[in-house]
Design a binder for this molecule. Structure first.
Ligand SMILES: Cc1ncc(COP(=O)(O)O)c(C=O)c1O
Length: 477
């Protein structure tokens, strides 16, 4: 038997569709009771999942059951309240529904002509974001991309195009040593080599110092280099540090440098007054990376590049091939394929739209506010306990700390070992995802508290669990 039109009957579609929705509803309503971590080796996954290509049909329900039992049970839950690591992705159900609709209708979001409402909705969403970030709405522009990494590629490609006039060999780019590796990767992809990248050591608050930047730019100009761009951080991945955006933007304007801000992590903070204050100056950037699949509670994949002048995007990316002559339309009808790398694009704007419309922006603002408060409460809780050091205080809902039993007088190397140990134990327990990072040579536990469903009780329970492992470590050694 085969099914060469790849169709299901209405009945079959309904059946499998309802079962899928039931699966999702069960999942969403039981996330806190599930385990955030799934530990499995390559060998065990090969054993579980590796199979030959099935030439023959399998009933849809059987396929769904297999996926439920064997695949979805073996993926980490980045949406879980005790998933504290990397940048968690606490998504929302309405956006999941939106993604389903976008896939179901298979909306082509590359050009105006085939999907005018999708293009318009993307413009509306971009305008909402431009407004929130204080960019000019009329001249400004942007587009949705797969994530922060791709948004950085687009931002930096504009910097290259607008500032080098095609001569790349002397161009230099500046950013702090706390900048996300996607910026290095974007530059390498865009044809820069490592000698053109200036990574400037941070100050003690993990921020780029304007004086150090000025020194580096001056030295390069004297050596015949062509400084073209500064990347500022609005929330570093390690500590949530925000570079002095206002000062950096003034410096860039004075020196005729492109100012790109990577707000992939911290951009969501713009939704609450505390965050707006911290991000002051972001509105003066030339381009901003925002990543709604992080602190705007969207499911993967939705990143965004915002730009002060939308023409910079089309000047960088417009190609005009003959086979797209008939869909070009007029200048008002935006073809997003002219703005970025992808021609065929999924309808990412829909999930942002449907979730903000359903819950209201105010709910998002309160969620972000909760995250700020939770990080502050976590810091106060740790400070009230005997053996925890705050290594980097709560900033944009990220906090770094380490266990340091004062009576034991441990060396830094022993403390690093101890903190590695307690992190690995809590992950092994599958009760919480909490990996370490390294700050100034110290191994620390890094908690990123952007889940609006995480409570102080969750955090306290995880800290208590870590303390138990620390006691084990101390008694073993
Ligand atoms: C500051 C920063 N920039 C860029 C990225 C890359 O974003 P994505 O993973 O969405 O490509 C991240 C990811 O964590 C990040 O934290």
């Amino acid at each position: 038997m085969s099914n060469p039109t790849l169709e299901l009957s209405k009945e079959e579609m309904r059946k499998i569709g309802y079962q899928t929705i039931d699966t999702l509803v069960e999942h969403f309503s039981s996330i806190p009771e599930q385990q955030p971590v799934k530990n499995a080796s390559r060998r065990s996954m090969d054993w579980l999942l590796n199979e030959g290509i099935p030439e023959q049909e399998t009933p849809a329900e059987e396929v769904l059951q297999y996926v439920k039992d064997k695949v979805l049970t073996n993926v980490a839950l980045t949406t879980h309240p005790r998933f504290y690591s990397f940048v968690p992705s606490p998504n929302n159900y309405m956006s999941v529904i939106a993604d389903t609709l976008a896939s179901g209708y298979n909306v082509f979001s590359g050009a105006w002509a085939p999907s005018p409402a999708a293009a318009e909705l993307e413009l509306v969403m971009i305008n909402w974001l431009l407004k929130l970030f204080g960019f000019p709405v009329r001249e400004g522009g942007g587009l949705f991309v797969s994530g922060g990494s791709m948004a950085n590629v687009i931002g930096l490609s504009m910097a290259r195009g607008m500032k080098t006039a095609g001569k790349l060999e002397n161009a230099t780019v500046y950013f702090s040593d706390q900048t996300h590796s996607s910026v290095d990767r974007a530059l390498l992809l865009l044809g820069f080599d490592k000698q053109q990248i200036r990574k400037i050591s941070c100050n003690s608050d993990f921020q780029l110092s304007v004086d150090a930047l000025k020194e580096a730019v001056d030295a390069d100009r004297k050596a015949g280099k062509q400084p073209i761009c500064v990347v500022g951080n609005a929330g570093t991945t390690n500590t949530g540090a925000v570079d002095p955006l206002h000062k950096l933007s003034l410096f860039c304007r004075q020196e005729n440098l492109w100012f790109h801000v990577d707000a992939a992590y911290g951009g969501g903070a713009i939704l609450c007054p505390q965050g707006q204050k911290i991000l002051e100056g972001i509105e003066m950037a030339d381009s901003i990376t925002v990543d709604p699949h992080k602190w705007m509670y969207q499911p993967y994949e939705i990143g965004c590049i915002l730009v002060r002048n939308h023409e910079w995007l089309s000047q960088t990316y417009r190609m005009n091939p003959e086979y797209l002559q008939d869909v070009k339309g007029n200048a008002e009808e935006v073809n997003f394929y002219d703005y970025g790398v992808q021609l065929t694009r999924r309808f990412r704007a829909l999930k942002l739209y449907m979730s903000i419309k359903t819950f209201g922006l105010n709910s998002f603002r309160e969620a972000v506010n909760h995250n700020f408060q939770l990080a502050d409460q976590t810091q106060r809780w740790l400070e009230s306990l005997a053996h925890w050091d705050i290594v980097s205080p709560a900033q944009l809902a990220v906090i770094n700390f380490r266990y340091n039993p004062k009576d034991f007088n441990l060396s830094d190397i022993q403390l690093n070992e101890l903190n590695h140990y307690i992190s690995s134990k809590i992950i092994e327990s599958a009760q919480a995802m909490l990996v370490t990072t390294v700050l100034k040579g110290k191994t620390v536990l890094r908690m990123c508290l952007i889940n609006p469903r995480t409570t102080l009780a969750d955090v306290k329970a995880s800290i208590k669990q870590l303390e138990g492992y620390a006691q084990d470590f101390l008694h073993q050694s």
